[in-house]
Design a protein around this ligand. Structure first.
Ligand code: PRP
Length: 184
């Protein structure tokens, strides 16, 4: 057991299950975008880096990757409720792009709802959304993603890109963090 594994209470989604889920979503994207001339996987930094790279490797159709960074959380576990664009998408051909926004997790729904509207407003040819994890019980805005890996309970999860105070992103599984870590 590594130093960071000891902070994990339970493994919620193991590596085998993550492989199965990412393969299923990649197959759905392959099917739905087979006629697309310009699919762009828009990775929302930082949490989506692992999920995005896994999807890229499992897709069989051509795709590009691009990045945006927004901030809605502080360093703790509570959302501030605001979405700020920290790094915008830097391209001038959005009208030709089928944008698929890739997120690690949806909680209140504010981030994906805001980003989808923003990219439509900027003139993208099409905009869809994909999340690895969904916590539907936490929604404060009405929002349904187009692709969902797994619905999960309202637990504080880390790993596979997800952090607590920038730690634990490197874990190869999704784990529930021991409350003692963030209640210190
Ligand atoms: C997380 C996640 C989403 C957002 C979801 O990002 O990656 O972007 O929160 O929450 P919402 O549905 O309530 O809007 P976070 O702000 O933790 O940043 P990070 O990806 O850089 O860790």
């Amino acid at each position: 057991m590594s130093h960071i594994d000891k902070d994990i209470q339970t493994i919620l989604v193991n590596e085998t299950e993550l492989d199965r889920v990412t393969f299923r979503i990649a197959s759905e994207i392959d099917r739905d975008y087979k006629d697309s001339e310009h699919l762009v996987l828009l990775c929302i930094l930082k949490g989506s880096i692992v999920f995005t790279s896994e999807l890229m490797r499992k897709l069989t159709i051509p795709s590009e990757v691009d990045f945006m960074k927004v901030s809605s959380y502080g360093t703790g576990t509570i959302s501030s409720g605001h979405v700020n664009i920290v790094l915008d998408i830097l391209r001038d051909d959005l009208e030709k792009c089928d944008i698929l926004i890739i997120e690690d997790i949806i909680d209140s729904g504010r981030t994906l709802s805001y980003l989808a509207d923003y990219l439509r407003f900027k003139g993208a040819k099409s905009v869809k959304t994909c999340t690895l994890l969904d916590k539907p019980s936490r929604r404060t805005v009405e929002f349904e993603p187009d692709y969902v890996g797994l619905e999960i309970p309202d637990e504080f999860v880390v790993g596979y890109g997800l952090d607590y105070a920038e730690r634990y992103r490197q874990l190869p599984y999704i784990g529930i963090l021991k409350p003692s870590v963030y209640e210190k």
